[in-house]
Design a protein around this ligand. Structure first.
Ligand code: TXA
Ligand code: MG
Length: 341
C-alpha cells in the first residue's frame, strides 16, 4: 500500500479514506494519532494490527465537538461539562460512561466506559467533521517506540501500512493528553495519565482531583489498562541526570571514561558545554525549560536512537505542572534509571 502525504487541500480525500474504513494518521497538539472510524469494528481492529498493540488496551475516541460526543455517552457527568468548557479543544481526555451498544469492545477494551478527546488542531477538527464519524486515535507509532511528533516519524514507523498521513507540522506540546477518569464514584475525578492539563489546572475548575496510585508506586495494579505496557523505550539505554552543569560533566566523564559514546538530550546552554567533545553527540531542545524538554523529548529520543551511541543522558525537571507529564514519560524511557555520581 502506498502511504499518501495529505495536506490541508486533501482533507476531503483523507476523510473519504476514513469513511471507507482505511487508516489515516492525523496531527494534534500533543502527538500524531492513528485515525480510524470508531464505529467500524474492522477498522479499529486494523489499528491494533498495524501498531502491534495489545488489544485489551482501550483507545481514545476523537470528536470535533461536544455534541458529537454526547451521542455516545450514557449521562455526561456534571464535572465533564465544566472541563469541556475550559479545556476543549485541548490536551484533556475524559473517561465517561458509554451509552450501551455504541462502540465495540475493540474500542473500549471491553470496559463500560469510554475515553473522549477534542484535539486542538484545525486540520484534524476539519478532518473529523468531514468524515462525519468519531475517530479512534492512539499515538501513531509502532508499539513500544516513542510517540510521533512529526509526520516524518509516522512515515518512518507506518509507511506502507496505512492509507495516508495528514501533515500538520510538528506537535507543539509533545507529550500525550492528560487522561482523567470521571467514572470512579469512590475516588472522584482521577488522573490516569499526566499531560499538559495539569492537576493544578483541573483542581481550579472542578475541585479535588486524585492521581491514580500506580503512577506513584509502580507496584499497584494499573487502572488505565494501557499503563501496564512498556512504552517509549528507545533501543539505547537512557539515564536521567540532575539538570546542573556539574552533574552533566560527571555523567559525561563517567561514560567516556568507559569508552562509551554518549548522547545528550539537553538544553542549548548545556549543549554548548559539550559541543566540541569527542564521543559526545547532542540533541538540543533549545531553551532549558520543561516546556521545551517535553516538546522535543520523543523527537530527541528518536534522533539519538539513530546515532552511533551507547548511552543517552536526559535532564530531570521538578515533578510539578507539566514536569509531572515530562518525568512520567522520561522515567519510562529510562526504565527509572537515575545517574548518581
Ligand atoms: O494525546 C493523546 O491522547 C494522543 C493523541 C493522538 O490524541 N492519543 C493517545 O492515545 O495517546 P493512546 O491510545 O496511545 O492512549 C490512550 C490511553 C491509554 O493509556 C489507555 O489505556 C487509556 O487512555 N484509556 C482509554 N480508554 C480508557 C478507559 N475507558 N478506561 C481507562 N483508561 C482508558
Ligand atoms: Mg501511545
Amino acid at each position: 500500500m502506498e502511504t499518501k502525504r495529505f495536506t490541508a487541500k486533501d482533507i476531503k480525500e483523507a476523510a473519504a479514506c476514513l469513511r471507507q474504513g482505511q487508516l489515516v494518521s492525523f496531527p494534534t497538539e500533543t502527538v500524531y494519532g492513528l485515525g480510524a472510524n470508531a464505529l467500524s469494528e474492522a477498522a479499529v481492529k486494523q489499528v491494533y494490527e498495524v501498531k502491534g498493540r495489545p488489544s485489551d488496551n482501550p483507545l481514545i475516541v476523537h470528536v470535533s465537538s461536544k455534541e458529537m460526543m454526547q451521542k455516545y455517552v450514557e449521562e455526561l457527568p456534571e464535572a465533564a461539562d465544566r472541563l469541556i468548557q475550559h479545556f476543549w479543544p485541548g490536551p484533556l481526555t475524559l473517561i465517561v460512561p458509554m451509552k450501551k451498544g455504541t462502540f465495540s469492545s475493540a474500542v473500549t477494551g471491553g470496559l463500560t466506559t469510554v475515553a473522549f478527546r477534542m484535539p486542538n488542531n484545525p486540520l484534524t477538527l476539519e478532518l473529523i467533521k468531514e468524515a462525519g464519524v468519531p475517530l479512534v486515535g492512539p499515538s501513531a507509532n509502532t508499539s513500544g517506540k516513542p510517540s510521533p511528533t512529526t509526520a516524518d516519524h509516522v512515515y518512518h514507523d507506518l509507511q506502507g501500512k496505512i492509507a495516508g498521513i495528514l501533515d500538520g507540522g510538528a506537535a507543539e506540546i509533545g507529550v500525550e493528553s492528560t487522561v482523567l477518569d470521571l467514572t470512579d464514584s469512590l475516588a472522584g475525578p482521577t488522573i490516569l495519565r499526566p499531560g499538559a492539563v495539569t492537576k493544578e489546572a483541573l483542581t481550579k475548575v472542578i475541585g479535588a482531583v486524585a492521581i491514580d496510585q500506580h503512577l506513584l508506586s509502580e507496584k499497584e495494579a494499573p487502572k488505565a489498562p494501557g499503563m501496564k505496557y512498556k512504552h517509549y523505550s528507545p533501543d539505547v539505554p537512557v539515564w536521567i541526570v540532575r539538570n546542573e552543569p556539574e552533574e552533566w560533566h560527571n555523567a559525561v566523564e563517567w561514560a567516556t571514561s568507559q569508552k562509551k559514546r554518549v548522547g545528550l538530550f539537553a538544553g542549548e546552554d548545556i549543549v554548548s558545554l559539550f559541543g566540541e567533545e569527542q564521543r559526545v553527540e547532542c540533541y538540543s531542545f533549545g531553551k532549558n525549560t520543561v516546556e521545551q524538554a517535553a516538546r522535543y523529548l520523543f523527537s530527541g529520543l528518536r534522533a539519538l536512537d539513530k546515532m552511533d551511541i551507547d548511552v543517552v543522558f536526559a535532564p530531570a525537571f521538578p515533578e510539578t505542572g507539566l514536569g509531572e507529564a515530562y518525568m512520567n514519560r522520561l522515567k519510562k524511557a529510562a526504565n527509572q534509571k537515575i545517574f548518581k555520581n
